[in-house]
Write a protein that binds this ligand. Structure first.
Ligand code: RTP
Ligand code: MG
Length: 138
């Protein structure tokens, strides 16, 4: 079983879509092994997205991620990393396929409802960034 790290971003949380997204996660067969609401600080968002620190959208992205509460989760499934990215859809909601979360709940390339780890090494950094081992006892 593989684990991935997921966020219901501040746009989707503020719009009241967290419940629908979590229902979809269960429908698709993931096990939720960690889940909490948190309100990230700007510094915490910068640390989380440090791989993007040279990108032109880094300031905008970290402002957005610290603009309100979000839900962070650890999801478990066979091939969880790809399975969750497939369920999220393309980064830009305008290009996301029908039936994906970003198509349904995203607004634009920045405010795109969800985040997911893009590789095992990324998940290995992102999961312990927000969760302790004790919080992930299955
Ligand atoms: P994520 O990391 O959030 O799961 O998204 P992703 O892999 O699909 O996309 P990535 O390239 O890692 O970008 C991270 C997040 O930065 C915002 N973004 N804004 N304004 C822009 O051009 C732009 N490009 C990316 C999005 O919120 C994206 O999810
Ligand atoms: Mg990414």
């Amino acid at each position: 079983m593989e684990r991935t790290f997921a966020i219901i971003k501040p746009d989707a949380f503020a719009a009241g879509n967290a419940g629908k997204i979590i229902a979809r996660i269960y429908d698709e067969g993931f096990k939720i092994v960690g889940l909490k609401k948190l309100y990230m600080s700007k510094v915490e968002a910068e640390g989380f997205y440090y791989v993007h620190k040279e990108r032109p959208f880094f300031g905008e992205l970290t402002d957005f991620m610290s603009s309100g509460p979000c839900v962070v989760m650890v999801l478990e499934a066979e091939g969880a990393i790809k399975k969750w990215r497939d369920l999220m859809g393309a980064t830009n909601p305008a290009e996301a396929a029908d039936g994906t979360l970003r198509k349904e709940f995203g607004s634009n390339i920045g405010e795109n409802a969800t985040h997911g780890s893009d590789a095992p090494e990324t998940a290995a950094f992102e999961i312990p960034y927000f969760f302790s081992g004790l919080e992930l006892l299955a």
